[in-house]
Design a binder for this molecule. Structure first.
Ligand code: RB5
Length: 149
């Protein structure tokens, strides 16, 4: 697999899974930047989503990984950034297809709902799949609502 620069962060709902994922990504040879949270104390997930997105938008990370209880709050926050295409995934097929079809650059995971092994498979699929381009490219250009385009 190609090795990537990855920014990762979690709130308290994702802290435990993040710890496992940082080790997994590191062992797989990726360059991992852990942006917190540093422990299981309660924090606000948007703060962490925006930090990871800033790394991806600035080109300091190729991909972002966000973990909260459901992955949903992180995905909502991440997708407020026009440059970010974030998918919440709880199985590997969605992770693969969101890279192939949506050119997703951030993935959001449910720390309270999925186990480590499943999360490893999801991330492996996400990180090893290339954007298909072609017919999907024009669709990405239409992602912005018309009033903002
Ligand atoms: C925190 O309790 C929880 O709301 C958060 O981790 C996440 O699931 C939000 O979408």
């Amino acid at each position: 697999m190609v090795h990537h620069l990855i920014a990762i962060a979690a709130d308290h709902g994702g802290f435990r899974l993040k710890t496992a994922l940082v080790a997994f990504l590191h062992d797989a040879g990726h360059d991992v930047r852990d942006l917190g949270c540093p422990n299981a104390d309660r924090v606000d997930y948007p703060d962490y989503a925006h930090d990871v997105c800033a790394e991806v938008i600035a080109g300091r990370a190729r991909f972002g990984v966000l973990i909260c209880g459901t992955g949903v709050g992180m995905a909502i926050a991440a997708n407020r950034h026009p440059e970010i295409r974030c998918a919440q995934a709880s199985e590997a097929t969605t992770a693969r297809l969101t890279r192939a079809h949506n050119d997703a650059n951030v993935i959001a995971l449910a720390g309270r709902l999925i186990g480590e092994e499943l999360a490893f498979d999801i991330l492996t699929a996400f990180l090893s799949t290339k954007f298909d381009g072609g017919r999907h490219t024009a669709r990405l250009a239409k992602l912005m609502p018309r009033e903002f385009a």
